[in-house]
Write a protein that binds this ligand. Structure first.
Ligand code: C2E
Ligand code: MG
Ligand code: MG
Length: 758
């Protein structure tokens, strides 16, 4: 049953309430969750969130910790006061406020999520919480059910005579003890031999006290009889039988068999605290065990390390091999981590042999099978993250050495779906007491250290360092600045014309994004990669598309003879369904003719997953786009793919143009690209043309379209008409006239056409 809950929460679309005052975050989070087919209702404040509750509560609430008027903590407290323990609440906090994490739990939140655009992680965390809450409800139902079962449980009654030391009862009663030979009596010695020695001490003690003080007794016991020697859980309720003088002469007792109930409860508890896929302890149990370890260490003065292991590029593996293979890989990775963790322990800390029947650990307080005596534990945190809890026995270097072994061992290939797979991991470590004194703080700090490793190039180990280095801080500031830039109108588009050289005419413009931050222009080379990494490039790219289309429509109305405007589209935007919708609406709202928006994509973006990409490209063309390959020559595309791509233009990367006249290879590459373009029947445009010599060399190679500083730098929209006129006159004067002085006939266009044709 719990399995079915698990898979239901894993697959069914969820209904989510999201409260965040930052419209950009709301927008991004909504997009990421809705993409999974989930229903998301978003609210801009804590008040709006509370007012949004009706008879049909959501599966989960996501609430931003820091909001004006009513913050997330207060909203969570009120929600709990009004609606009780359901639905689960995930508190969204920013990277810098560790205190929020603590306060989140105090306010009644079930977990926290440090705001990032790691959407897969957020989705897993949300699913995990919903799953836990559904299991919690199921556990309540099961407890009621257990109580009913209890009443109908198999039971037997016995008499014990202190004088004869004989236990008597019906054959059915003895069956409850696991004795099935039809007997109706048993000696005291035989009875004691059935009972677990530890529990026998409890029973004897309880009987002595009952006889001395005239009270009844009740004891839970384990016996090993029948069932192939498996434990049987019994509850014995007894009362002393007294003679006329009040002396106890025997006992009368009722024995009930609780084995099924205990096993069922233990199994439920196991499922509740373990990851269904890998069988490893889950995040809740990991946090609970970390809390226990901290309490123990506070008593003994020891240290304990919390480790987060994040698989590198796991999403790509999932996409390539499919989710089932991805799941299988996660299981194998979990096993390998456990093996390394167990192997790294000293001999006296080795894991106890498995094989105890279910439930013994919890019921009798024997060793928890998840945690070897030394306390090392491996857990699966949601998604592609694993957690380790490692006692720091003597020096910290041993923990780091163990993690380096793990990094190395994980590099050996995994066999999944008849394919050899390679993974690597980024590992972050935080240690109690140095880096924090709560499970949540240590986990988030280890997580932060793991992210640092990722940012530095992955596949390594790092300890949490309290002060972020200046690079990371600058990046964080850039991320937060980018979040606000759209809202604050800090983006601007500049446009760079391109020319059709034979006619000396500007036929189109490339839109290039500019960010004016605190009065300073930030270079696209700095902020575009950050916007791509964080996913912010999607709302930004949509703005670019709309704005570029509006400007083109304006210029067409003014009478400029332009064919199209080009917009740069990065891979992550290309992969979104929303690109198609934005393109359609940009064309439609501005009344633009089809083919008037050119999307510049990179080679790698187009051929990455060719069979899946092709229909998307075709859909974009049907919607009215033309497609160009930007920075051509840097992506090493296979010719086989190129011939099948529905593109209109190749843009020769400016690095090759810069080599014209400098190296022989430069000319050779440009010649090859131009020839390739002609054989494919597409336009070839040379980027970054700065000098007349380059332009002349390109004409000689047969390239007729050019863009570069020689004609015009990228200019703000208002300067576009002037820039077009200037570029056209430069082309006419410097290229066409220069060619005429070579002694060619007088018609400018014809001369250049002739040179290009050669
Ligand atoms: P790109 O698409 O290859 O754009 C051409 C870049 O070359 C522009 O740099 C342009 O200013 C520069 N350029 C043009 N002619 C010359 C020349 O003659 N000499 C030299 N040295 N450079 C020239 P910019 O504007 O700095 O953009 C750099 C890159 O940032 C772009 O390369 C593009 O990849 C990206 N980018 C710019 N705007 C956007 C945008 O709106 N969205 C996305 N996703 N990326 C953009
Ligand atoms: Mg471009
Ligand atoms: Mg380019």
């Amino acid at each position: 049953m719990t399995d079915s809950i698990d898979s239901a929460a894993r697959t069914r679309p969820l209904r989510v309430f999201l409260a965040d005052d930052d419209p950009m975050w709301r927008y991004l989070t909504c997009c990421a969750l809705r993409e999974r087919g989930w229903t998301v209702e978003d609210f801009e404040s804590g008040h709006a969130l509370l007012a949004g509750f009706d008879d049909h509560p959501p599966d989960i609430v996501l609430v931003d910790a820091l909001m004006p008027e009513m913050d997330g903590f207060e909203a969570c407290r009120r929600l709990r006061a009004q609606h009780g323990a359901e639905p689960p609440v995930l508190m969204l906090t920013s990277l810098d406020d560790e205190r929020s994490i603590r306060s989140a739990y105090d306010a009644g939140a079930n977990d926290f999520f440090i705001k990032s655009t790691h959407w897969a992680l957020l989705v897993e965390r949300v699913r995990h919480l919903v799953r836990l809450s559904e299991m919690g409800r199921q556990l309540d139902v099961s407890n009621e059910h257990l109580a009913r079962v209890h009443n109908a449980a198999r039971s037997g009654s016995f008499d014990f005579d202190f004088k004869t030391r004989i236990l008597t009862g019906s054959a059915g009663s003895f069956h409850v003890l696991g004795v099935d030979d039809g007997r109706t009596s048993m000696s005291e010695r035989e009875f004691k031999a059935l009972i677990d020695p530890d529990d026998l001490v409890l029973l004897v003690d309880a009987i002595d006290r009952a006889c001395a003080s005239a009270v009844d007794f009740s004891v839970d016991l384990r016996t090993r009889a029948g069932d192939g020697g498996r434990f049987r859980f019994l509850r014995v309720d007894g009362t002393p039988v007294r003679d006329a003088c009040g002396r106890a002469r025997g006992l009368r007792s009722l024995v009930r068999d609780l084995t099924d109930d205990v096993n069922a409860r233990a199994e439920l508890e196991r499922l509740y605290s373990h990851d269904a896929l890998t069988g490893l302890p889950n995040r809740s149990l990991f946090l609970a065990q970390t809390g226990d370890a901290i309490t123990r260490c506070a008593r003994t003065g020891q240290k304990v390390a919390v480790v987060v292991l994040d698989l590198d590029r796991f999403t790509q593996i999932n996409e390539t091999l499919g989710q089932i293979a991805g799941d299988e890989l996660l299981c194998q990775v979990g096993q390998r981590i456990r093996a390394v963790a167990a192997g790294a322990l000293p001999a006296d800390h080795a894991r106890p042999a498995a094989g105890e029947p279910a439930g013994t650990g919890t019921q009798a307080g024997s060793a928890n099978p998840d945690v070897p005596p030394a306390g090392t534990m491996v857990a699966r945190l949601p998604g592609d993250e694993f957690g380790l809890l490692v006692p720091v026995h003597d020096d910290e270097a041993r923990v780091e050495a163990m993690m380096r072994t793990l990094v190395r061992d994980l590099q050996a290939p995994f066999q999944v779906a008849q394919t050899e797979c390679f993974v690597s991991a980024s590992i972050g470590i935080a240690m109690y007491p140095r880096d924090g004194d709560t499970a949540g703080t240590l986990l988030s700090r280890a997580d932060r250290a793991a992210r640092e490793v990722k940012a530095r190039g992955r596949n390594d180990v790092a300890w949490y360092v309290p002060n972020l280095n200046s690079d990371t801080r600058a990046r964080l500031e850039m991320v937060s600045g980018l979040h606000k830039a759209l809202e604050r109108n800090e983006f601007e588009l500049h446009f760079q014309p391109w020319l059709d050289v034979p006619s000396a005419r500007v036929t189109g413009l490339e839109a290039l994004l500019r960010w004016r931050r605190d009065g300073r222009q930030v270079s696209p080379a700095e902020f575009i990669p950050v916007a791509e990494d964080t996913g912010l490039i999607i709302p930004i790219g949509e703005w670019v598309l709309q704005h570029a289309a509006t400007m083109l429509a304006t210029w067409l109305r003014q009478g400029l003879r332009l064919e199209r405007v080009a917009v740069n589209v990065p891979t992550i935007h290309f992969e979104r369904e929303s690109l198609l919708t934005t393109l359609r609406s940009a064309l439609h709202l501005n009344g633009l003719p089809p083919s008037s928006i050119e999307l510049e994509l990179t080679e790698t973006c187009m051929v990455r997953d060719f069979e899946r990409t092709l229909p998307r490209l075709e859909a974009l063309i049907r919607a009215g786009a033309t497609l160009a390959i930007d920075d051509f020559g840097t992506g090493y595309s296979s010719l086989a793919y190129l011939t099948r791509l529905p593109i209109t233009k190749l843009k020769v990367d400016r690095a090759f143009v810069a080599q014209l006249g400098v190296s022989r290879q430069g000319a050779a590459v440009c010649r090859a690209i131009v020839a390739l373009g002609h054989s494919l029947g597409v336009e070839v445009l040379a980027e970054g043309v700065e000098h007349e010599t380059q332009a002349a060399a390109l004409i000689d190679l047969g390239c007729r379209m050019m863009q570069g500083f020689m004609f015009s730098r990228p200019v703000p929209a208002l300067q576009v008409p002037g820039a077009i006129a200037a570029a056209e006159s430069i082309a006419a004067a410097r290229l066409v006239r220069a060619l005429r002085t070579d002694g060619a006939p007088s018609d400018e266009g014809v001369i250049v056409e002739a040179r290009i044709a050669c």
